[in-house]
Design a protein around this ligand. Sequence first.
Ligand code: AMP
Length: 471
Amino acid sequence: MTLKIYDTLTRRKEAFKPISGNRVYMFVCGPTLYDYSHLGHARTYVAFDVIARYLRYKGYTLFYLMNITDVEDRIIQRAEMTNRDPVELAKTLETTFHRDMKALRMNSVNLYARASEHMPEILDQIKRLIEKGYAYETKTGIYYDLARFEDFGELSHQKLDEVKKHRIDPDPTKKNPQDFTLWKKKETGPLWDSPWGKGRPGWHIEDTAISELYLGEQYDIHGGGIDLIFPHHESEIVQMESLSGKKPMARNWLHTGLLMISGERMGKSMGNSVTIADALEDYEAEVLRFFFASTHYRSPIDYTKDKLEQAKNSLETLYTALYNIKRLQTKEEKQLTDEEKKLRKELRETERKFLKAMDDDFNTPIAISHLFDMAKKINIFTAEDGIVDKKLLGEIVNSFKELGGILGVLQREKESVEEELIEKLMDLVIELRREFRNRENFAVSDRIREELRRLGITLEDTPDGMKWRKH
Ligand code: AMP
């Protein structure tokens, strides 16, 4: 099946064709280290983690690069406000960022690259831009001369004149108010030497210096939140394509919809953010990932507690179906029963539909809906049959683990230990209930059945004795 990906640049779903055959090079904008990572970041990074997992699942050899913005004015401002050293602030926040990513089971990035460790590449790009006549110097710094770049605005679909209206010009000696900074001449804060005096790089040049070093002038995927399209990604295109003379810098531009809270974007500067660490106190990582994956990566998500609870319950529904079938007695016979054959066919259909949805611009909500359909079929099977073919059971469990693994869910490790304990406790409850019945104490035995029902457990009299299942 062909993977189709929506490209922000062309505004169309395009068949995915990596530049170098089976190798895929992906760059995703990393965090700016001035505050703790929040669920908005998690939304974007989980989306790209799923995309990376799926590309690898499809057999691509993916190199996934993420930059770390540890040099930026916002970090310095925050450090000043809180009386901290900016370098130390960024270091601390980088440690917590990696801790949060690990807790969210994000393991698909091959290389994290800090801006502060790529100053030679940044300076080199600025020098080349000046040499080629795309950049110029003023008293305050080095600027990109936007009048020189014809295709400006192709990603955000806006014209230079429109941008002009929105920019407030801090340096009247610039050629055009909308010319953006490549190098800021500074006297205080963390400083680096440059041919133009001490200072710091602009945000956009940090990213192209890093991507050019590791991925080259042109690569396959560039991603980030939708808020980065302008001016950040637009400026990256301007810089890189001016240097290389090649278009496009990235074959596919992917942008995630924003996580919203009470109608506003969740953001560090908005003062409405829920940190990843706080969210993980209340919900396990799989629930957060399932919550994000339940919406398409390009759509915005409204963050509410109710929706998180819903995600938790929905995920539990999938686990329950697996749990129910794993509890059946198993047999090993050459022939499957008709019901088993039907179930196996439905499993293959589910896999096919799941992957088809993922091939359609990583449509995770549709993919998940096929897992739910399959869970329903498993529940019908387990309600009717007390026994299942061992191989078929293995196939179902593996398939759920494998497909769930693309989304980073259905991987609970403790599952089997807890299951075993629950099995034993339920055997005990059923045994006690039988004793009460034998002694004609129907009041207590009925009460046990009723209380179990309230806990979501149904007791059933079968020819093989009393059985239980979750409903
Ligand atoms: P920042 O640290 O603000 O530069 O953001 C790092 C990444 O997280 C960028 O790709 C942003 O687009 C993304 N991001 C920040 N806030 C949100 C949000 N509320 N929803 C989705 N993505 C976000």
